[in-house]
Ligand binder design. Structure first.
Ligand SMILES: NC(=O)c1ccc[n+]([C@@H]2O[C@H](COP(=O)([O-])OP(=O)(O)OC[C@H]3O[C@@H](n4cnc5c(N)ncnc54)[C@H](OP(=O)(O)O)[C@@H]3O)[C@@H](O)[C@H]2O)c1
Length: 319
């Protein structure tokens, strides 16, 4: 039986990875503090705080596969030092944010940001994590993820809004041609386990099929059965009105600043060669809408506009 260790496993992607490996018959252990959530049924949780020197003390045995989702370089260094000789193949979940210039197309040979320390911004920290891995590791640089349970609240914003108020126009950024790639987190989780089992070293991008913001909005309209059309506001006007790109409060997801449009232009040639086969975006959006309905579309969100903010903005834009 394959012995698989997930460093993480209590949050969104890591939990799905642990469940996928379990479903394949692996003997799965997760190491985490247990603060982010639980591990899937049938998976062992070993408590450990990777910020502490004794983080891995309770992990005994050997591992065929290690999969890590860390963003803190010292956590990766600590794991490699503590487990290195007891661990087979390492697979690390990195990010497209490691690329130094994200304003254009990104392939695996694009230059990386200089590695940073633990407190460094996300991209620099992930770049340092990559450097801390044992030789022969598989490095998976993920782009924008979507799917049920998205903790960022990005992927469900438009479908939830459109389904909740199907007869009122929806505010979207006027960037229909902006390239965008969205990868279903479940497809990534399963593929990560495939990659770990295959054990091929080196970096590979993990991104969705090339698409555009316009296509994503159209698919959302169809999935949500929205009837009232969109109001496409110029990017400059939205910025003047205090709306931000990408994520966070008072934002419009999928709209990227010019410095980051490359995150919608990640090469997937190598990913396809290694077997990534994303499901159709429409299927992801339909499941995201079901999940939004369960979670409550009017809950406070980490991304998007509240209904009141959107109504206020539509009013101002109409003046
Ligand atoms: N969302 C996106 O669009 C996107 C895009 C590109 C890449 N990514 C990457 O995708 C991955 C997402 O992973 P995820 O969804 O599983 O969520 P996450 O929030 O990144 O996961 C963090 C995991 O590490 C554990 N952890 C954090 N601090 C710890 C500590 N001090 N000691 C031990 N464990 C610790 C957490 O568990 P406890 O809190 O229970 O300890 C949790 O299981 C990340 O690698 C992220 O960088 C995401």
């Amino acid at each position: 039986m394959t012995r698989t260790l997930v460093l993480g496993g209590t949050a969104w992607l890591g939990r799905l990875v642990a469940a996928d490996a379990r479903d394949r018959g692996h003997d799965v252990t997760c190491l985490a503090r247990g603060e982010s959530g639980s591990v899937p049924d049938g998976v062992r949780l070993v408590h450990g705080d990777r910020a502490r020197p004794d983080a891995y003390a309770a992990l005994d045995g050997e591992w065929d596969l290690v999969l890590d989702v860390a963003r803190v370089p010292s956590h990766v260094r600590g794991a490699v030092a503590a487990l290195g000789r007891r661990a087979g193949h390492w697979t690390f979940v990195s990010s497209g944010s490691v690329y130094a210039d994200q304003s254009g197309p990104l392939d695996e040979s694009s230059p990386l940001l200089p590695p940073g320390e633990d407190e460094a911004p996300y991209g620099e920290a992930k770049s340092a994590c990559e450097q801390a891995l044992p030789s022969g590791a598989t490095i998976v640089r993920a782009g924008l993820l979507a799917g049920p349970g998205d903790p960022s609240d990005r992927s469900g914003y438009y479908v939830a809004r459109m389904a909740a108020v199907p007869d009122e126009p929806v505010l979207v950024p006027d960037v229909a041609d902006q390239p965008m790639q969205v990868l279903d987190v479940r497809d990534l989780a399963g593929w990560l386990v495939d990659l770990a089992v295959a054990g091929e070293p080196g970096a590979v991008n993990a991104a969705g099929a090339p698409s555009t913001v316009g296509e994503l909005v159209e698919l959302s309209v169809r999935v949500a059965r929205h009837r009232a059309g969109t109001v496409a506001a110029p990017a400059e006007r939205l910025r003047e009105l205090g709306v931000q790109e990408w994520a966070g409060d008072r934002s419009l997801p999928w709209w990227l600043p010019p410095t980051h449009v490359g995150l919608g232009r990640m090469s997937v040639t190598e990913a396809s060669r290694r077997g990534l086969r994303p499901r159709p975006l429409e299927a992801t959006l339909a499941d995201v809408l079901d999940d939004e309905a369960r979670r409550g579309p009017d809950r406070p969100r980490r991304a998007g506009l509240s209904r009141a903010e959107e109504a206020d903005l539509l009013g101002r834009l109409a003046r």
